[in-house]
Design a protein around this ligand. Structure first.
Ligand code: BGC
Length: 463
């Protein structure tokens, strides 16, 4: 017998459906958001409007994509998600080897002084190079630092603001490469040469471009949200370096800040405002707070709390944990949506963990619907930014390199994005989404390698 696919959403309670309506963005709304985004990007790129622009479009000073000839041994640091990592990477032609170690960044360091943070990073680096027995070599290092940096060159990055739960004092306004070098000097037991500082989006783009030569866009949907793309140097008015031959430069959009001027207020919900109000950076990173993993679970929790208090879920009886800020993790959203339609195995376990053993079958259907509304909206907003970039580029075939925990672990995020980009994008453009294999590590090595290649080329043309 042929089994019909059941559409469980037809069983969602009408009242819940009604309440969730403002979490659903139709294509006309997304197109409107896309048009506003394009204007934001242009304002970020142009000198006359950059200072007031909220989508900063920082030139990264990375002018070239990898061509597959990169080789050498590199160190990389990766700061900016939930963990801090130190890596040792060896590139040779098609091959690539990597060793890495994860270190925790304790909360008191995330919120402590800049000096403490960089001392901690330098200490982790020293432990790692000793363990790997490379402390005697002066290895080139790529520093993936995934926060908004205004760059003055490949090795100068001035921090503009902290995001994602970090808030160390005396770093905003300073060059983070210099702060790292000073911390290393304070220790005096390791030798390195910082060759490049980069954003995780750039690392993602580079690591995908290494394998796929159509890759022109990088996207992160993880703890935070951001994108980057390859732009003509002529359009990047803040770019102040000589052209090394490509005529292009990667732009770090910093579009997690899209909406900071209120332009997304027409689609923000009470849950978005609540999440923002209780964050450590109210009024900032508005799009990021609607999309990324740091906030997605909390958006769902706030909706569930409200619906329960209105008597629409769990027979009106919530639990302490359901009402506790931050207690509904983003991974729950992925787990709940990983249940087969009509099955609620993961969800049952999660609700029990939250003290909601009394949930009924109808609650399960409703809770899943709320999760879907929030994660779909995130995928649709991320798709809208991508479509805007695709329309802005000359290429007719473009691969987008993607990384981040939400994209990686949410069971439908990739398909939701493919579907929505397909609906919104000009049909003459061929696109694909490619999962990045460790963009922050390998990407850092590739940026350092490409920089070394360019330096060599510049030297040989000068002589
Ligand atoms: C940061 C970006 C970063 C993104 C993803 C945002 O909060 O501002 O620089 O690329 O998170 O990690």
């Amino acid at each position: 017998m042929k089994r019909e696919k059941i559409d469980m959403n037809s069983f969602v309670s009408p009242k819940i459906r009604e309440k969730c309506r403002d979490l659903i963005l139709d294509n006309d709304t997304l197109k409107k958001i896309g048009a506003i985004f394009l204007d934001n990007v242009n304002r970020g790129l142009q000198k006359a409007t950059h200072d007031k622009a909220v989508v900063k479009c920082f030139p990264t000073y990375v002018q070239d994509l990898p061509d597959g000839t990169e080789n050498g041994k590199f160190l990389a640091l990766d700061l900016g998600g939930t963990n801090f990592r130190v890596l040792l990477i060896e590139l040779s032609g098609e091959h690539f080897e990597m060793k890495s170690k994860i270190f925790a960044i304790p909360q008191h360091i995330m919120l402590g002084s800049g000096e403490q943070l960089f001392d901690h990073i330098a200490e982790c680096l020293a432990i790692f190079v000793k363990e790997e027995q490379v402390q005697q070599e002066t290895l080139p290092l790529g520093f993936t630092f995934s926060f908004p940096l205004s760059q003055k060159g490949l090795t100068v990055g001035i921090l503009q603001r902290w995001t994602k739960g970090f808030n160390c004092s005396n770093v905003v306004g300073n060059d983070v490469v210099q702060m790292l070098n000073e911390a290393i000097e304070r220790r005096g037991d390791v030798k390195i040469e910082v060759c490049a500082i980069l954003n995780d989006t750039t690392g993602t783009l580079m690591s995908c471009a290494w394998k796929n030569h159509d890759c022109r866009i990088g996207l992160i949907v993880g703890t935070g949200n951001n994108g980057c793309y390859v732009e003509k140097q002529g359009n990047a008015e803040l770019f102040e370096d000589s052209d090394m031959g490509s005529g292009k430069v990667i732009i770090n959009l910093e579009n997690g800040a899209f909406g900071d001027d209120g332009c997304l207020d027409f689609v923000r919900t009470e849950y978005d405002r609540e999440v923002d109000k209780h964050s450590i950076n109210p009024g900032r990173q508005i799009q990021e707070k609607m999309i990324s993993g740091m906030y997605m679970g909390e958006l769902v929790r706030l909706a569930l709390e409200k619906f329960t208090k209105e008597g629409l879920l769990f027979g009106g009886k919530g639990s302490d944990l359901l009402y506790e800020r931050g207690r509904f993790y983003t991974k729950y959203v992925s787990e709940i949506e990983s249940d087969e339609p009509g099955m609620f195995t993961n969800q049952k376990e999660i609700l029990e963990e939250l003290g909601l053993k009394h949930a009924t079958e109808q609650d399960y259907v409703n809770v899943r619907f709320v999760c879907e509304c929030v994660s779909r909206r995130a995928a649709h907003l991320a798709s809208t930014s991508i479509v805007t970039l695709l329309h802005k580029m000359d290429e007719k075939k473009v691969t987008i390199g993607v990384d981040g925990s939400v994209y990686r672990y949410h069971p439908h995020f990739h398909n939701l994005m493919m579907e929505k980009i397909g609906e919104l994008c000009d049909p003459s453009i061929e696109f694909g989404l490619m999962l990045s294999e460790d963009g922050s590590g390998r990407g850092a090595a590739l940026v350092a390698a490409v920089a070394a290649r360019q330096k060599k080329k510049a030297r040989s043309t000068a002589t």
